[in-house]
Write a protein that binds this ligand. Structure first.
Ligand code: ATP
Ligand code: MG
Length: 652
């Protein structure tokens, strides 16, 4: 029933073991996607606790997304570690600030800005005389966030922004004015934004020796997952937590840095050993997540990256048995793409893959809608953005209040939790059998997710009372950690970091979306490539990569497939080849050996005859090659080009 008695080093390979069982002190795991970094740190925490090196309550593990923090907590609980904290940086800071605030400030904590941040930035922009259209305000708000994440004060902003070539379309002095005014307005209203949580907590610890000592007696062992995405503000908070001690384990993969636009940098990860020369450093190369076919593709995606920092050049080695080749497909328009993806998902579900093991990942959330519709059309349940809005669903809110009331009336002593929960949820719509479809099924799936959580709790804690269960739900709600709802996950690539599914559909892989249109500098494009790499490495078994030439049906096919697909798509090399062509160096000039049509300067040419000349090869194959040529010509926006019967690549 429990993994409690399992050896925490069981199920780890020798390198993972070395990291998990290293003595307390600095440890750095530098490794690629799917190599077991997250697995290793959870086992390390279990090991340290089980060996009595540290109490579970003295461990603070941090990561960057609520869902990843939830994943850490779940894994820890399954290893029998109860009481270790696993939170996002922001959630950890908020909790600490709430605790210390009365002693530092003396009155009730300020409120958190939530939905009205943009309004406040709008007031500030208005005072400064900058335009207040939503787009402009978003850019300004993003820039203020960047400055705060990089610990750049309003007065220093102009110089730093100039040096770092920041450009939000307004003079840097004016942006600094907006930043300054925003801070003032926020203080006047006794509000804190997300970045303030980190900055204020750091200041409290740096400026109050007594509080810092109290904190450091409480927390002694720190673990950071996804360390490649740490910002200067987060690093400073981590340093304040550590206070000169060095009991810190960090894990990360520089190739998965996807928040540098927000001030994150892999430098602290790559410089860790310089800072802690005695650190235990472990590199992992075995990929346990994906089939060798997917691993191979991932290696090719990332080997095309430019300007990779030293230390990030690890090559993944697949450990799993062979699986299907990744599938590439092009569609005329977005609805056609979504319909095909939905159909394929239905087939996979029909072949026995659970819906929870399938994800559709896209670059921007606006892409979600067309997939929601397509999945509804084929009757496959889904959850948007990994279910972040779960706690706002009406049946969940009703269930929470009914459960709270039942918990308050609960009599003492251990009791059967799952039966009690079922009794409360049945009148709200939880039946033993799943309704066939529509709203009743949606409702049922939310309630059923709550029920499954009760089952999970009953299996992992000793006295699973209703009260304990409700506390768990409250905690999950405040950490935005939804339970798993039955359904295909629709999520952005950013939100998918650290997660994995049996089948992953990377959709909308067209220029302008991947890389995103506003990625105009080389650095920005490289970040987009890493994001694409994160997407590719989420898949265990099935990976599908699709794009469409136009957004709307009947629209002009003006879009091209993503540049990141270059050289990956098997169509680039028509597979039905009559003969093995001889290779010539890229850039050589050549012509058809029958009609001698010249090609000009070619990308990569194989000698042969073109598809328009009499040929001894199969009619059908010729037809396919011609068809392929006309599609490519349309995509490349050229009238025609020469294709060789025995070519692997063509010239324009
Ligand atoms: P990412 O960089 O994407 O966050 P990661 O390095 O954190 O990846 P994990 O999520 O820890 O990787 O592991 C990937 C998958 O491989 C998980 O399903 C995990 O359970 C499995 N795994 C890791 N190590 C081993 C191992 N030694 N034996 C078997 N499976 C393993
Ligand atoms: Mg991980």
């Amino acid at each position: 029933r429990l993994n409690r008695l399992r050896d925490p080093l069981e199920g780890l390979d020798p390198e993972q073991r070395a990291a998990a069982s290293a003595p307390r002190g600095p440890v750095c795991i530098l490794a690629g996607a799917g190599t077991g970094k997250t697995r290793t740190i959870t086992h390390r925490i279990a090991y340290l606790v089980r060996q009595g090196h540290v109490a579970a309550t003295q461990v603070l593990a941090v990561t960057f997304t609520a869902r990843a923090a939830g994943e850490l907590r779940t894994r820890l609980r399954h290893l029998g570690v109860d009481g270790a904290q696993a939170r996002t940086f922001h959630a950890a800071a908020l909790r600490q600030l709430r605790y210390f605030w009365p002693r530092v400030v003396g009155d009730s904590p300020w409120d958190l800005i939530d939905g009205n941040k943009l309004r406040l930035v709008g007031h500030a922009a208005n005072k400064v005389g900058l335009p207040t259209e939503t787009e402009v305000l978003r850019d300004l708000a993003g820039e203020i966030e960047w400055a705060k994440a990089c610990l750049v004060a309003p007065d220093d902003y102009p110089a730093v922004a100039r040096a770092r070539r920041r450009d939000v379309g307004h003079p840097v002095e004016r942006v600094a004015d907006v930043y300054r005014t925003y801070e003032q307005l926020k203080n006047d209203r006794r509000l804190l934004d997300f970045d303030d949580l980190l900055l204020h907590t750091t200041a409290v610890l740096e400026e109050n020796r007594g509080i810092a000592e109290e904190f450091r007696n409480q927390y002694r062992c720190f673990v950071v997952d996804e360390y490649q995405d740490i910002t200067p503000a987060q690093q400073r908070l981590l340093d304040a937590w550590l206070g000169g001690r060095d009991d810190v384990t960090v894990v990360g993969d520089a190739n998965q840095t996807i928040y540098s636009f927000g001030g994150a940098s892999p430098r602290p990860l790559l410089d860790f050993t310089r800072r802690y020369p005695d650190a235990t450093v472990v590199r992992l190369e075995r990929d346990y997540r994906s089939t060798p076919q997917i691993v191979e593709l991932a290696n090719r995606v990332i080997s095309g990256a430019r300007g990779r920092p030293a230390g990030s050049g690890l090559r993944l080695v697949g450990q799993r048995p062979d699986g299907p080749q990744p599938v590439f497909a092009e569609y005329d328009d977005e609805p056609a793409e979504a319909a095909a993806v939905a159909q394929r998902i239905r087939d996979l579900v029909g072949s026995g893959i659970p819906v929870n093991e399938i994800a559709v990942l896209f670059r921007v959330n606006a892409q979600s809608e067309v997939y929601e519709r397509a999945l509804s059309d084929v009757g496959v349940p889904y959850q948007v953005h990994g279910g972040e809005r779960f706690f706002a669903r009406s049946e969940v809110r009703q269930a929470m209040s009914a459960l709270r009331a039942a918990a308050a009336a609960e009599s003492e002593g251990p009791d059967d939790l799952t039966t009690a929960v079922k009794r409360v949820l049945a009148p709200l719509g939880l039946s033993d059998r799943q309704p066939a479809g529509g709203a009743a099924r949606e409702r049922w799936s939310g309630l059923h997710a709550l029920y499954e959580l009760a089952e999970d709790l009953a299996a992992t804690v000793e006295k699973p009372t209703l009260m304990r269960y409700v506390a768990e739900l409250d905690q999950r709600a405040s950490a935005q950690h939804p339970p798993t709802v039955d359904g295909v996950t629709l999520a952005s690539l950013h939100a998918a970091k650290g997660l994995e599914w049996d089948a992953v559909f990377l959709v909308g892989l067209a220029e302008g979306t991947v890389p995103i249109q506003h990625a105009t500098t080389e650095e920005a494009v490289e970040e987009e490539r890493r994001l694409f790499y994160v997407g590719v490495t989420r898949a265990r078994e099935h990976l599908s990569l699709t794009w469409s030439l136009s957004r709307t049906p009947g629209g002009r096919p003006h879009r091209r497939r993503s540049r990141f697909l270059h050289g990956l798509v098997p169509e680039d090399q028509p597979s039905a080849r009559p003969r093995r062509p001889s290779r010539r160096r890229a850039g050589t000039k050549t012509s058809c050996r029958v009609c001698e049509r010249g090609l000009g300067s070619a990308l990569e040419i194989k000698i042969g005859r073109c598809v328009d000349c009499p040929s001894d090869i199969d009619e059908k194959l010729l037809e396919r090659l011609k068809q392929w040529r006309s599609e490519r010509a349309r995509e490349l926006n050229v009238p025609a080009f020469v294709v060789f019967t025995d070519a692997t690549l063509l010239a324009i």
